[in-house]
Design a protein around this ligand. Sequence first.
Ligand code: FAD
Length: 285
Amino acid sequence: MNTQPCPGLSLEYFPPKSESGVEQLNKTRMQLAALCPEFCSVTFGAGGSTRQGTLDTVLAIREQGLNGAPHLSGIGASEQQIREIIEQYRGHGINKIIALRGDLPSGTVESGAFRYAAELVAFIRETTSDWFEIGVAAYPEAHPQSHNYDQDILHFKAKVDAGAHLAITQYFFNPDAYFHFVDSCRKLNINIPIIPGIMPILGFSRLQRFSELCGTEIPRWVTRRMESYGDDMASVRAFGLDVVTAMCERLLSQGAPGLHFYTMNRASLTTEICQRLYGKRPATT
Ligand code: FAD
């Protein structure tokens, strides 16, 4: 098997909530390790709900010999809670982290010590100096709560000025939105790598609902084509693979520094897209 790393490739997992979820993720991690990702990040549930699960998953990734990067969301937390978590990560030798604001769990009103991700980035820098390489979120189609595109980019710039080293974008299906966003950032002297977040298309109606929430536009021609397939999941899968692979090819050929896959803890679509892009063979199970 080709064991050269896929340049700039990273993967995202979420901490499983059940025994079967753990088994599924373990299988997925083993399969996707064949792609030699530069790092694998693990999401962090709103309000700290997955604190242990995030850490356990990152440690399991590190046991595979890969770089594991926990996400950390600041909303609703006190300085003391965040200090404890980052010291725990540092104690395990973890030196890459994705710092986010997060969204308040429903029913919660207190934003805590960190109202915005830039404040969390600044706090991590203040307390741990340059121990962590810090990643942050970026929104080529604007954050869903944003009322002003330019202002949204300035808020992104604040995270970079506070010490972020790289950014991962919300997923999108319109590469022009990504290129426009990167151009706008470069004009403001934001020079960190901005890695496109890639969502393989697993099922269409769920993707539509989720995209509504996170402000991702699905092009009309993709929607119409997907609708015409109805319950024909094989066609949805095949068309989704073609659309996402073509977008990734364009992103890479026009200068994107890498790709970050939202794997949804599943291996097959990410494997197949990377196989087409980088000529990798899937791992056998
Ligand atoms: P921020 O950068 O703080 O921005 C949030 C909003 O506030 C934006 O509209 C921005 O314009 C605005 N804003 C920023 N600063 C100011 C200011 N000073 N004054 C006024 N407005 C301001 N969520 C999780 O809970 N766990 C995860 O693990 C997780 N992982 C993610 C990974 C990626 C790659 C991405 C793209 C998102 C992820 N999210 C995660 C979702 C994220 O937490 C939400 O999108 C959240 O709403 C915003 O987080 P942020 O870090 O982008 O916030």
